[in-house]
Write a protein that binds this ligand. Sequence first.
Ligand code: PLP
Length: 398
Amino acid sequence: MISQEMYELGSKRSVIREIFEFGKRRASEVGAENVYDFSLGNPNAPAPAAVKEALLALLNEEDSVAVHGYTSAQGDAEVRQAIADYLNGLYSTAYRADQLYMTVGAAASLSVSMKAVAEAGDEVIAFAPYFPEYKVFVEATGASLVVVPPKTDDFQIEFGAFERLITPKTKAVLVNTPNNPTGVVYSRETVDRLCALLKKKESEYGHAIYLITDEPYREIVYDDAEVPWFPSLYANTLVCYSYSKSLSVPGERIGYVLVPEEVEEAEKVYAAVCGAGRALGYVCAPSLFQKAIARCLGQTADLSVYRTNRDTLYRALGEYGFECVLPEGAFYLFVKALEADANAFCERAQRHDLLFVPGDGFGCPGYVRISYCVRPDTVRRSLPAFAKLAEEYRTAVK
Ligand code: PLP
């Protein structure tokens, strides 16, 4: 016998996968340039030259055992110190190497952090719409995911529902700002209210409620939107970072977990993070890429392409009658479907070779996610298809 739970997880074909397969089929029929694939969050801005330079230099300068060998489980000490120094420069903090744990991207940062703090019987809260893998990572710890319904007028937090859903079983709360799939950045008011509420609940229940911040889009922000540094606002924060999107290296799998000193029993929590990495079989994050990112701190891909795409799409979609909250970060638009069933809407869009992802998987039916991490040329050429789609619904309603 095998694990039924793992079998189901592995054999269920994801909606995104189905869309991807459809896109490939259509590309072979009509040409890839005529398929407007807005389904994946795979960054299209090239990685900065610094990444290639760092890799080549490492391969040429360092001896191969040092470059390709195992690092310590928590990551190379010099790399972790370099990241700590970089963060200290940004946030006027005093982080140390021994508070950082290098990971295989944000997915691993999250799964390790959740496994470190949660176990069977616990609850972990996320805000809809949320990254679908949260459910998988939370349930792998034996805990359950509790979802706060979406606040669809601005995709900030529905505080009434949130407060009702916090219970003595709440072990952690997951936040993702800038957000996938809405592109929304939490306002200062939201952030302050969130931290104040969690502090109140911590003292009411007499135990820590960890704030796990999922931050792969930290650097991708527009219009001077401010991304909070949660550890300076809430003591029990675990930061889950990834270089996937900022450096456009998602396939290289590199990120970290930061356990600041302010976290209650921080050393124990850090040890639990290391234990979780061990239990999950991570061994260590990729050695070459640990060393490469240490040479690229503060660099990003040229992210201006996302802003161009956001502006083009947001303006045009508004003109065609689509409803959407202006995204201030990441590279997603979360658009209200033109019929109640977002899956049916996506199928209709596919007839125009427009590929989106229904919001159902993000816990927010009736909406679709449009990933605009594509070439600006693709966005521009797709606009007539958006116009036709909107027109089709207008005429159907008449
Ligand atoms: N969290 C969010 C919100 C994401 O959008 C993604 C990837 O798209 C991840 C986590 C996983 O990122 P990584 O590729 O660094 O594992």
